[in-house]
Design a protein around this ligand. Structure first.
Ligand code: MG
Length: 302
């Protein structure tokens, strides 16, 4: 390239850059400070969260608190489709995500373990579709599965994306998705960051492969805000717990700050659920009520 064409290219580049930055300014100025964001907080409970002996009692408690989602475990879900549909009929609560429950794992080295994952996961995905669930949560490999799983190589990641593609397409055909959950390093080195899970979703290249963030495991992240922003449209579910001991939000006092994460969820217009996955130290009914109030306050602040 001679100097003349170099200058021409650079000038065109500079003009494009100037146009782009004007565009950027225009975009950011579309949301003036103080403008009310109307993205709503949709809370969900796992089956053990609400007090009550029976599913009906738990759902009554949830409905009274305005909880909109119910996250059952995936184990024996297929045999519970009627029970759950009937229990939710006529209520303002729907199934949110389904929490795992399959046998085996997707990166198993042994063919029989992988086959067991494939059949049980697909059975849960089918039931999840019948229940109108947002997706079935899965972890590619826990630390304890490393020695019986595929090595962490580039080939393994390619294989994971291929396998997820076909699983995602199957989930879509059932009207639902599969949701990758990053955990913390003590549980799963393989997948620890929300942005990495989102990149796997992109590379799996199926709208049926989505990811989530769990405020407990997100101790791995340097920023709750950046983590959710990086996942954006791939973000299908969120788990929440207190941030010191994984009990009810608020039971760890000052540590239980979700405002930055919530701000990101509001900015991306996150349409899905924030679901309780946690223990409880105090008296359950009052502790759960206090946790729900705390989250609603922090959502307002965000
Ligand atoms: Mg979780």
């Amino acid at each position: 390239m001679d100097r003349k064409s170099f200058l021409k290219t650079s000038l065109a580049g500079a003009a494009a850059l100037a146009a782009a930055s004007t565009g950027l300014l225009a975009c950011t100025s579309q949301a003036p400070a103080g403008k009310k964001n109307d993205t709503r907080l949709h809370l969900s409970f796992q089956e053990g969260t609400a007090p009550g002996e029976t599913l009906e009692e738990k759902l009554d408690f949830m409905e009274e608190l305005g909880i909109e989602g119910f996250e059952p475990g995936g184990g024996s879900l297929a045999s519970r489709v009627n029970e759950i549909s009937q229990a939710l009929s006529g209520r303002n609560i729907r199934v949110s995500a389904i929490c795992a429950g399959f046998d085996g794992f997707i990166l198993a080295r042994e063919a029989s373990v992988k086959a067991s994952f494939d059949s049980t996961m697909r059975q849960i995905v089918r039931a999840a579709g019948e229940l109108g669930s947002t997706g079935v949560i899965m972890v590619p490999a826990f630390n304890w599965q490393d020695e019986v799983g595929l090595p962490h190589t580039m080939e393994t990641r390619d294989y994971l994306c291929e396998q997820l593609h076909s699983l995602g397409e199957f989930a879509l055909s059932c009207g639902t998705t599969v949701i990758l959950e990053p955990l913390n390093r003590r549980e799963a080195f393989y997948l620890r960051l929300v942005s990495d899970a989102a990149a796997i979703c992109r590379d799996a290249d199926s709208a049926g492969v989505r990811c989530m963030g769990d405020f407990w495991h997100m101790q791995e992240e340097t920023s709750d805000y950046a983590a959710f922003i990086s996942a954006k449209d791939y973000l299908q579910h969120v788990h929440i717990a207190s941030r010191g001991r994984r009990i009810m939000p608020g039971e760890d006092g000052e540590k239980d700050n979700y405002v930055e994460g919530f701000r990101a969820l509001k900015e991306i217009g996150y349409p899905n659920f924030v679901s309780f996955e946690c223990g409880c130290e105090g008296e359950r009914a009052s502790t759960v009520r206090a946790a729900v109030s705390l989250l609603r306050e922090q959502w307002e602040q965000a």
